[in-house]
Design a protein around this ligand. Structure first.
Ligand code: ADP
Length: 825
């Protein structure tokens, strides 16, 4: 606050000081005005207080104008009194003086450039207000006062009043304003040469003045003498120099006249005064206007030059090739980059033919230039060119047509860019896109293949189911014929083999789609190995192999799906058996190694080449096929093993010393710590699955739209002494269920019209069906499939082909009135 206060204070001091200066200057000015009176007339030639007060107003804010007006009045009061003017008259004339100064300052500020004379408009406004209007108004009021107080008439007072103010405004005021502006802006001091020139001009003016204006009895025509010198000032020194020169001429004119010399001393003093004033007015106005015009033009030219310079540097600094050419193709400008691109200095390219630098196949573009219009003046194209080094490069050109006012083309401006990098990026992008699309197509094809395989496996299961069932029936029906017995065994074995292949295919499809789910439990590996041996025994026996196992003492537990583990191990043992010579030796060793259980499956068979040790785990990869074609597979077994081992959190690897030297497959599974070991779930043994039903017959309804499948299952069930009815669609099934009230209903899920799920739902809706055991038969065995059948009201979910053992188990459970249990897959 204190800072602001001191600033306000210093302002006040400054204003008071300025008011004092104005007051003193007006005093001096009024004294000079008294001195500068035309001989024999006594009329003032100039009146300096006008210039002083107007300049003060122009340089201060409007709210302080009253201070300077007052200061001016105070300053000029005394000199007026000294020449004998009455106080009231002096005070009244001040009204005229105020009006004059205020009008001049307001007009210059409002319409001009505050007395800086930068433009012709500023100078015009200055001349209009400070030289014409303000003196006119001042004289109008002042002459009135004179008419009232003085002895002369109104017009006699008006004219000298006007003219002295006009002259003051035109000579003294610009000098004061420009001098003050220079001081305020601290303009650079002019160079020495300019001082020399100014000195010569001043000297010439003094000389001409001495000869013409100060000499006695000079003629009127000699007044033209200073004109060339004043023009010189206007052309070379701007409004400031011009007004200074004019002031010199005025001063000399007035001095000469006061001394009764020069051309204005005529027989009639009033004519002389009029001529003097007219002379100064007439030469000043055009010269001041001319000087302002020249100054403005010089400024415009300077600005233009600066902007051109700016534009040139921008154009030169571009990496783009920039040029201009005429409609005939002749170059009128090229930038540095253009020259560098062609390896020639830019000036050498002036007049060269633009289109000669464009590859021949792109030259037709030149014809398109004719289609450009002022509304659409742009043309863009891209072309490829081969550089001297034989490199392929791309350029983009953008041409703008320049038109004159009538719409005729003046010339063209062209900008060329090297877009090779962009083109390359685009090409790479396109390549990547096509590769990506290709990869996508491959993935899609792969996905369809997986879908097809899954569908194929699923469809193959349908015919397999009745065949397996029929073989089972044949086994149960005693036949004395040895040939039939052998044929039945062949069918049984081949069906089992086929079922295994189909299962592998289905499992691989499931693993690939990520839909397989393990049923994890605590499993004793010893028991899984035992069950594996059981299932692979027929092959081992057939190939007369010696099978050795080396298992540690006590239980060795892992967390896993016992069915899947058995599947993995049988695949490995089957392979060992398949790829070993008849009578060979295979072995399984199980060891605990830190936190892992390590199982090694060894054989002394054909072995595996080193480069295939990894690849054999990929689906459909086969190195060699077993000699016995009946043992062949699809190349899926190891792929399944690998996936299943990984699902169990383990690893598998193959080793071989080479062809003919046998192979070893090592499976590592995370072991369970002894503390976490629980009693393992029992592994369904082969003995359990062959248990046949013996007991009360059961009323059964079989529902399947595939006649063979329904029939074979019914026959199989009848062999067990059960009463079986068959329905081939949902509607008949519901009717039979109502009439026979079966205890167990086997329902195929996929049927037209009323499907298996719907049959179950409707049966569950009936009172008499509450005790019925509903068994779903389907190719789908995933968790969500099971959930769906359970929700529809099924008690059991069997997957096709039905395992006869599972069917027996189920019927036995039914007889024992056991609750629903896990159905075998
Ligand atoms: P496949 O149905 O052909 O047996 P697998 O995925 O089980 O399919 O095995 C893939 C291939 O690995 C086989 O075709 C065979 O060439 C090779 N292979 C698998 N096990 C052995 C083994 N114990 N000895 C030699 N080669 C084997």
């Amino acid at each position: 606050m204190q800072g602001l206060g001191s600033v306000a204070m210093s302002f006040r001091i400054r204003t008071v000081a300025e008011a004092l200066v104005v007051s003193v200057a007006c005093y001096a000015g009024a004294v000079i005005g008294n001195v500068l009176r035309f001989p024999h007339l006594g009329t003032a030639i100039l009146y300096p207080p006008y210039a002083i007060v107007t300049a003060a107003l122009l340089l201060s804010p409007v709210r302080r104008w009253w201070i300077f007006l007052l200061a001016g009045s105070v300053g000029s009061f005394v000199p007026h009194r000294l020449v004998g003017d009455p106080a009231a008259f002096i005070l009244l004339t001040e009204i005229a003086n105020y009006a004059r100064a205020v009008l001049a300052a307001w007009g210059i500020r409002r319409f001009g450039d505050s007395g800086r004379f930068y433009t012709l408009k500023g100078m015009t406004a200055f001349l209009l207000f400070a030289v014409v209007l303000a003196p006119g108004v001042g004289a109008f009021i002042g002459a009135g006062v004179v008419a009232v107080y003085g002895d002369g008439g109104y017009w006699a007072a008006w004219r000298p009043w006007l003219m002295s103010n006009v002259l003051t405004g035109i000579t003294l005021l610009p000098v004061v304003l420009i001098a003050r502006d220079h001081v305020v802006r601290r303009s650079a001091v002019a160079g020495l040469r300019r001082w020399h020139e100014a000195s010569v001009l001043i000297f010439s003016l003094l000389a001409a003045g001495a000869l013409v204006l100060l000499a006695p009895n000079t003629s009127g025509t000699s007044l033209y003498a200073p004109l060339p010198l004043l023009l010189w000032a206007a052309v070379r020194f701007g409004p400031g120099g011009t007004s200074a020169a004019l002031l010199m001429v005025s001063a000399m004119t007035i001095i000469g006249t006061l001394d009764e010399r020069g051309p204005f001393i005529t027989p009639s003093p009033s004519d002389g005064l009029l001529q003097l004033q007219l002379f100064l007015f007439v030469i000043s106005v055009p010269l001041l206007l001319l000087s302002a015009l020249l100054r403005e033009q010089r400024r415009t030219a300077d600005e233009l030059r600066a902007s051109q310079q700016q534009y040139r540097t921008i154009v030169e600094d571009q990496t783009e090739l920039i040029c201009r050419f005429r409609p005939d193709g002749a170059l009128t400008f090229v930038n540095g980059a253009f020259g560098r691109a062609l390896g020639r200095p830019p000036q050498d390219l002036m007049g060269a033919f633009f289109w000669s630098f464009v590859p021949p196949d792109a030259r037709d573009t030149s014809k398109l230039l004719a289609s450009l219009t002022p509304d659409q003046p742009l043309l863009t194209w891209e072309h490829r060119l081969v550089t001297n080094a034989g490199e392929n490069r791309w350029e983009q050109w953008r041409v703008r047509a320049m038109f004159d006012r009538r719409g005729q083309v003046l010339d063209y401006q062209a900008v060329g860019r090297d877009i090779t990098e962009r083109k390359r990026a685009e090409e790479e992008h396109a390549l990547l896109e096509s590769q990506r699309a290709h990869a996508e197509a491959l993935r899609e094809a792969d996905r369809r293949k997986d879908e097809f395989l899954a569908m194929l496996a699923h469809e193959l299961r349908n015919p397999l189911a009745p065949i397996a069932m029929a073989v089972e029936i044949l086994r149960l029906v005693p036949s004395g014929d040895e040939q039939i017995g052998s044929a039945r065994e062949i069918i049984g074995r081949q069906t089992a083999q086929l079922a295994r292949l189909v299962d592998d295919l289905l499992d691989v499809a499931r693993i690939t789609s990520g839909s397989i789910q393990l049923r994890l439990e605590t499993v004793d590996l010893g028991r899984v190995i035992a069950s594996t041996l059981e299932s692979t025994r027929p092959l081992i026996v057939a190939r007369q192999l010696r099978f050795e196992t080396d298992l540690p003492e006590g239980p060795l537990t892992v967390r896993g799906d016992s069915v899947r583990l058995a599947q993995m191990f049988s695949n490995l043992v089957n392979n060992s058996a398949k790829y070993s010579p008849i009578g060979g030796r295979i072995s399984v060793t199980v060891r605990r190694d830190a936190n892992q259980v390590v199982l090694r499956f060894r054989d002394g068979g054909v072995g595996i080449p080193g480069n295939m040790l990894e690849r054999i785990f990929e689906p459909f990869t086969q190195v060699h096929r077993p000699r016995d074609a009946a043992l062949g597979g699809l190349g899926l077994g190891l792929a399944l093993v690998k996936k299943l081992v990984e699902l169990h959190g383990g690893t598998v690897r193959a080793d071989s010393d080479g062809p003919g030297l046998g192979s070893e497959f090592t499976v590592r599974l995370p072991a369970l710590r002894a503390a976490a070991t629980e009693a393992p779930d029992s592994i369904p043994s082969a003995a359990a699955t062959t248990r046949t039903a013996a007991g009360d017959p059961v009323r059964i309804l079989v529902v399947d739209d595939v006649v063979d499948a329904a029939q074979s299952l019914a026959d199989f069930l009848r062999l067990g002494g059960n009463t079986v009815h068959v329905a081939h669609n949902g509607r008949v099934a519901l009717e039979l269920a109502a009439t026979h009230v079966p205890e167990v209903v086997f329902v195929d899920l996929q049927m037209p019209e009323i499907d298996g799920l719907e049959v179950a739902r409707r049966l569950r809706g009936r009172a008499e069906s509450s005790d019925m055991v509903l068994v779903a038969m389907t190719g789908f065995g995933q968790a969500q499939d099971r959930r769906q059948t359970a929700e529809a009201g099924f008690d059991h979910h069997l997957t096709k082909p039905l395992d006869p053992a599972a069917v027996h188990e189920l019927l036995a459970m039914r007889r024992r009135h056991d609750g629903p249990s896990r159905a075998a897959e």
